[in-house]
Write a protein that binds this ligand. Sequence first.
Ligand code: MOS
Length: 735
Amino acid sequence: MAVSRVDGRDKVTGQARYAAEHPADALLYGVVVSGTITKGRIAAIDARKALAVPGVIEVITHENRPRIRSFDLFYKDMTAPGGSPFRPLYDDKIHSSGQPVALVVAATFEAARYASSLVEIAYEAEAHETCLLDHLERSHKPSRLKAGYTPPPEPKGFADEVWDSALVKMEGDYYSGVEHHNPLEMFASTVVRGVDGHLTIYDKTQSSQNSRWYVSHVFGLSKDKVTVRNPYVGGAFGSGLRPQYQLALAVMAALKLERSVRVVLTRQQMFSFGHRPETVQRVRLGARPDGTLTAIIHEALAETSRNEDYVEAVVNWSGQLYACEHIRLGYKLVALDRFSPIDMRAPGAAHGVHALEVAMDELSYELTMDPLALRLRNYADLDPTDGLPYSTKELRACYEQGAARFGWHQRPGEVRSMREGHELIGWGMASGMWDAMQMFARASAVLHADGNLVVSSAATDIGTGTYTAMCIIAADAMGMPLERVRFQLGDSTLPVAPVEGGSSHVATVGSAVQGVCGKLQKSLFKLARKMPDSPFAKARFEDAEFAGGALRLRAHPGHALPLAAIVAFDGAGRLEEKYMMLPNVLKQKNYLRATHSAVFVEVRVDEAFGTVRVTRVVSAIAAGRIINAKAARSQIIGGVVWGIGQALHEETQSDDRLGRFMNHNLGEYQVPVNADIHDIDVVFVQEDDRIVSRLGAKGVGEIGQVGVAAAVCNAIYHATGRRVRSTPMTPDKVM
Ligand code: MOS
């Protein structure tokens, strides 16, 4: 199916309300004061001038905040890495640049904003360390692990010895700088306080239940005192996987002042919490002259904060993508005086698979072999690390269909062999891989006597199309027209759903939706059998089908009962079911479950300026059954655009003397604009994976980005003969 999003009209007409847009009576406005040192302590705070501004009600600091819990445990949201989470306005300690140090609360936003500039803070600064490259020697193995994180596997074979004596080999060091998510919607929380003290919080988050859990724990509020809603989220890309500090500050103000409060961060403040970590990698590949890989060694060093071990699986895919007898993977962290990094679209894979795929390209030139032929030569039919089968893996079809669409077979092997005017032309390709995950979720469904179906789960739609996908799954299961189905999400009181992350929502929540519809079908069938003159009186469930908004006999489609009539017969006027979807872990653990891609790219490089245009991209994707072809294609296009940003534009620059990010705005933090984007062609190859989910779906989001930057890098090499081993590949590096 390919349909436009069901929430599209609400979005384009401004009916969809985001976290900072929900109204409340007598609302107060909080503006965050950001610290100006990177490490040390607050010596004194003078809020007198700020408090003198008309309309200002309070300046909340660590000295006068309401009571909050002190133990780490209470600050651990569902996605927290190991260690001690940051506690907003907890004490006088400053841990990182831009840390919130006060919240000015006023009757108007303008008064709060002006007064925030008048809060005087004296600091005692200490020396900080924010430069990864200066501190590589004090790396450590992650010890405080995160739930769900898989460390690199034990070495297989004798990778170092085999690499040393390999007939053909390459070695490369790769670097990727810090990146920030920059969703269009700023982080915001509107806390609406009811007369009974109940807090209804509109929060920008990738999980209403995660934020609800966090607020309850930090402030010691019982579960029924707090409801979190996030019906619409204006992008997040991972930055909303953890509750951000504006949530805690807004709740603090609401509790202290017993009022409704809104706190919205500024674009600059959006650079003061999690980011994609700066990462240094070394890849070594050994091969026989025919291209058979004999050794893969991939080691990564990434930054984390002093207080937490933020981990991501940077190197793991290097043991999963190509058949090889000798593999050694390593991953270490360096703790810096920065805020903890956080997952950002395809965390780990975005730069880990990048390094591997650039290294494979480098090896192909050492071998004088076509880069695609090299990948096919080493195609893995079993998990190279532990010999498990893939649940499904149509990567070969991605290579074939992508190459055909791109015209790859016409590619000259020589570098600098294509040009037009002042531009050198190059073609490059790369593989991509991302985990296909399924988590635990519940769903409920109510079929009304008017024939409308409402399905609910505390899922999230960060712009990815959850509303629409769930409506399609429910309509499909019930044989109902799409317009008759409504999906409710974004409310912590709805049935349990996980965070929307890891491209797992369709396989997870979608399976719960399918499951609850299955229960509804059974109940409808039972009821139908009892109806007077029922055509189903003697039928078995298997003899019936749900189609055209009715229950009918497969053998006699004319013998049908409209679903609305069956519900009406029940007397209650509604039929409700609940379902709990538990992944079949015992079955799943016997398979390597992943999505795959093959990306083909054409670049044109201005020979004089070193500017790069990505003029053509073909992305062939294997991601299980596709639920909504239109939304899935948009997800992949978005991923490709992000990959182009990773390749050519995005980097947050750190001034390590100050320990600060310097380009903390959209003027200087470069992302691709329309002029940077040309032809993007998306191909979905046939795949149906009943091990990842009963739906056959895996999930499309992050896989769209993985491998794109590597394909651009490889195309730049083909065009120019210049290998750029760090991202972004700016003109100064290209020429
Ligand atoms: Mo995504 S980084 O799993 O929100």
